[in-house]
Ligand binder design. Sequence first.
Ligand SMILES: C[S@@+](CC[C@H](N)C(=O)[O-])C[C@H]1O[C@@H](n2cnc3c(N)ncnc32)[C@H](O)[C@@H]1O
Length: 485
Amino acid sequence: MISFVAGIIDLSAIGFKEFPREDGGRGAIALRNFNEGEILFSISRSFTLSTKTSSLPTKFGLKAWKERKLDKGWSGLILCMMWENSLGSQSKWGPYLATLPKNFDTPMFWNDTDLKELEGTAVVGKLGRDDAERDYHEKVLPAIQSRPDLFPPLAIPDFEEYHMMGSRILSRSFNLERTSSSEGDAEDEEINPEGDKSTGSAMDVDSDAQEEAKDIEDTSKEADDVLSEDEDEENSVVSMVPMADLFNARYGSENAKLFYDELHLKMITTKEIQAGEQIFNTYGDLSNGELLRRYGHVDLLSLPGGMRGNPADVVEIGADLVLSTFSEHTVSSSSTERIDWWLEEGGDDVFILEMNNEIPQVMISFIRLLYLPADEWEKVREKGKPPRPKLNSQVLDLLISVLKNCLARYPSTIEHDEEILKSQNLALAKFHATVVRLGERRIVTTTLEQLQSWHRAECGEKGSTKRKQNSGSEGRKSSKKSKYA
Ligand SMILES: C[S@@+](CC[C@H](N)C(=O)[O-])C[C@H]1O[C@@H](n2cnc3c(N)ncnc32)[C@H](O)[C@@H]1O
């Protein structure tokens, strides 16, 4: 066991090596057998890098920091990272920052030709390059220029560096829940009482693990999801965690996770691990679209039917696609009013299709809202309750058209994508884009096929027997999701 200034690691038990690219590249390997619950390493909270631990906010002046809104979003942490980086070995994070990648395979850095390959997927709309550029020019650069004593004019970090640090956060940060003693002194607490807003940071909190671990709390994803946005801002701080960010992840392969107590973060095994196996953290078992957007890789596992893909794949269907398809079917003057009401009531504007081919209830409810006769729409509005997610032929017809329109947005067919993936020496961006859109197309196609077969059955049955239960007939409330299988 080696004790170092920042923590403890047993380098006879855990090593770091280069795995093949599809297994994550550089990652952690078990050098002996581990039982569940063993600590792989621990690191002091004071060695995590965040706006709470960097001294930049205090030097900058906490009031000015807030006035420039550096306490919101990631711009404050990016600024801290750029400043610590500029100090080189004088920063305690200098050696750590020097080990982080400078180049990324994420679509944020792709050219227009490569990005075109992602057409139809939700990835393109989420890149956020324009927002990042605006933050740099409107918040960060003026803050830098206001303090030549901290940022010498000849060494002002440019947008590319800002961008690189942002990508390091996206692919390597953790959402650390605050604890009283981790919050530093009272001054620090004033820096950012609302906490950093972490939209899409890498490896966050798992509520189950929190319950199990009691005073040792986990820092992966799901519990973050159960916190409201406000609670999230108050309770967590986006942090770079040296060493913990050396762990790769793969769908369903997690065998270790980061937990924390008041003073330390600990990587703890969550399963038995045999010597020679890779030690995997979890990034939350994301779809390939999200993996590509945040981390620049995709997961390819064996799926039923001899296919390869990611079991966590999803397709995001925007309410705007549903609405534009609805307009092709119907002339309705009141849909804008209905949509406004839906959104004001907190209704979703994106509906998620998964591999199980179920249609989200909320999507059915949304479509029914569009079709309601005027008097029923008035009742719905008065009661403040969206229509019940009952399936009827109208809803089914529209769903079929929506999915057809959804398929038409992808630049190729399933067969073509499968051919592309057989080619040798495929460029990485093209390979990744093809995997993402193929995964999505398969979900839309199988869901559409099921809707169509159900529709055919319904037409055949018309005039004779009524549609069978479980097929989502009018008047029957579907279970959590409507399934056509
Ligand atoms: C938190 S870091 C893990 C350590 C990283 N391999 C390194 O060398 O610094 C996340 C990055 O590792 C790579 N990675 C992690 N899991 C992977 C996987 N299953 N397949 C391919 N690349 C993976 C991706 O480049 C991702 O952006």
